[in-house]
Design a binder for this molecule. Structure first.
Ligand code: TXE
Length: 479
């Protein structure tokens, strides 16, 4: 595959330095392409192109911009299989997941926000002698920074509402998974979106991400990634009062009550624990089980985990693929070693499991650990891999207390046939989102985001439209 190039002002351009990063395939370790290691001068050029394009783009009506989003959606949909294949190759995730989740959502993100824009109306607040109407103006130039676990899914989740509300943007995708971001730029070029509305600069966090956030001509920052990086982004953006949205890590609990439907709960909790090899910020990586059902659930859960097929990501029968990188694999394995030192017992996994022919890749068996204190590091820190810890509880209060004993507060799930209990427990958990008897069941209209160290702000539906715009009130006095 050819070396990648930045996309600035409607042109694919070379970066200014001669530095490159090798993009490696997680499943095999083989070389895919070289990624530009861009620097502050590339960022300056991209931000200048975005700034120049913003007035004309911001002057279009919502429905004109909605038409552009639909054109991008159509062109992306025409390349559905290409999106899925590139995403699977670049991330190591199974092709069925790349099709059903990544390729599907990338198209529907553009379609969904096109529909929202067409329905968007000014809010009106009548007074006895005056009418207030609220308009949503573009913020200006947006910096959109995304991680490697759901590359195009998350990038399109930001690009669509950002440009939909009249902003122009500079995207900085993860340097580990640049392929579908490059594809999106080719799609945007193909549909002839006005030059400078969407720009993309490849590179790492220090060389490209940090100067982008710090650029004085950037008005808004939408970041999804690790909590430690989020702290740096917040510190850089705050002094200039940039609008900021941070979607960060999670350590989410799946809370299983004895009165649950055992079969669907086991299937749902396995999916929550291991989707995308556990590399989703929403994953339920700590499973809390009511003590009277603990033994039965544990045995069935481990059995179901062992039935998952690990192997060639391009094989439709594969359930679990490779981890993103060698260093990430080492970090996840380090947590398994830590769990042993913390007194945990491995119920399954804990080892590498390299499929034949994939010796150069980053492979790890799905791992379940019991016997750890719910306060232990492995039970409270984000591991972001195929590792789940399992813990008994004896009361609703105890389950909630365990669920809340982490620095994170992103998501969770509750499994019970008593829906009153399901709602009661959900509302007591300090997170941004909870599912009852399901997991990752997404309605794009609802708020998405976390509390505590899981982030700041909400995206999704009207929350995205609000974040990517400035609300302005006009009060007109009547005679
Ligand atoms: O994320 P980073 P990484 C978690 C997970 C994972 C950890 C680190 O725990 O192990 O984060 O993953 C860019 N200024 N999540 O290292 O470093 C970077 O180039 C501006 C949770 O991949 O946060 C990339 O584009 N940008 C998460 C993006 O930030 C900077 C999904 C994310 O990279 C930067 C992925 C800087 N100083 C990992 N430094 C989730 N919540 O979904 C880096 N970047």
């Amino acid at each position: 595959m050819d070396d990648l190039r930045n996309y600035i002002g409607g042109q694919f351009v070379a970066h200014s330095s001669s530095q490159w990063l090798d993009n490696l395939e997680p499943a095999t370790g083989s070389h895919i392409c070289r990624v530009p290691l861009s620097d502050a001068s590339d960022i300056d050029a991209a931000v200048a192109a975005a700034r120049a394009a913003q007035p004309a783009w911001g002057a279009l009506s919502h429905s004109e911009r909605a038409d552009w989003l639909d054109r991008i959606a159509d062109a992306l949909e025409a390349r559905y299989e290409e999106v899925a294949t590139l995403e699977s190759r670049d991330t190591g995730k199974p092709i069925t997941l790349a099709r059903g989740v990544d390729a599907h959502r990338s198209v529907s993100n553009f379609r969904f926000f096109a529909g929202m824009l067409r329905e968007h109306e000014h809010e009106i607040f009548e007074m006895a002698n005056a009418t207030n109407y609220v308009i949503n103006k573009p913020v200006g130039v947006g910096a959109l920074i995304t991680p490697w676990n759901l590359p195009l899914y998350l990038l399109s989740w930001k690009v669509a509402p950002a440009i939909g509300m009249g902003n122009t943007v500079v995207c900085k995708p993860s340097e580990l998974t640049p392929l579908t971001a490059d594809l999106l730029m080719r799609v945007i070029d193909e549909v002839s979106l006005p030059a400078g509305v969407v720009n993309l600069v490849h590179g790492d966090g220090a060389g490209a991400g940090a100067p982008l956030v710090a650029d004085s001509d950037v008005d808004l920052v939408s970041f999804t990634g690790g909590t430690a990086t989020g702290e740096k982004v917040a510190a850089s953006a705050a002094p200039a009062f940039k609008k900021l949205s941070l979607e960060l890590g999670g350590k989410n609990s799946s809370i299983v009550f004895a009165d649950c439907d055992m079969e669907s709960t086991v299937a749902g909790v396995v999916r929550a624990g291991f989707l995308n090899q556990g590399q989703v910020c929403l994953c339920g990586s700590r499973v809390l089980v009511e003590d009277s059902a603990y033994d039965e659930f544990r045995d069935r859960f481990v059995e179901a985990v062992e039935e998952m097929r690990i192997g060639d990501p391009s094989d439709e029968a594969t359930d679990l693929g490779a981890l993103i990188s060698e260093s990430h694999l080492a970090k996840v394995q380090g947590y398994v070693e830590l769990a042993k030192r913390e007194g945990g017992a491995l119920l399954t996994g804990g080892t590498s499991c390299v499929p034949s022919g994939f010796e150069g890749g980053n492979w790890m068996a799905p791992t379940v650990i019991e016997g750890l204190s719910p306060d232990s590091r492995c039970a409270t820190e984000e591991i972001f891999g195929p590792v789940v810890t399992i813990h008994p509880f004896s009361s609703e209060d105890e389950a909630v207390a365990i669920a809340n004993n982490t620095r994170y507060g992103l998501a969770g799930s509750v499994w019970t046939s008593d829906l009153d209990k399901g709602r009661r427990v959900s509302e007591a958990i300090d997170t941004g989102m909870v599912w009852v008897n399901t997991w990752l069941h997404r309605d794009l209209r609802v708020p998405f985001g976390g509390v505590k160290d899981s982030g700041v702000g909400r995206e999704g539906g009207k929350w995205s439209l609000g974040f990517f715009s400035e609300a302005m009130n006009v009060c007109v006095k009547h005679d």
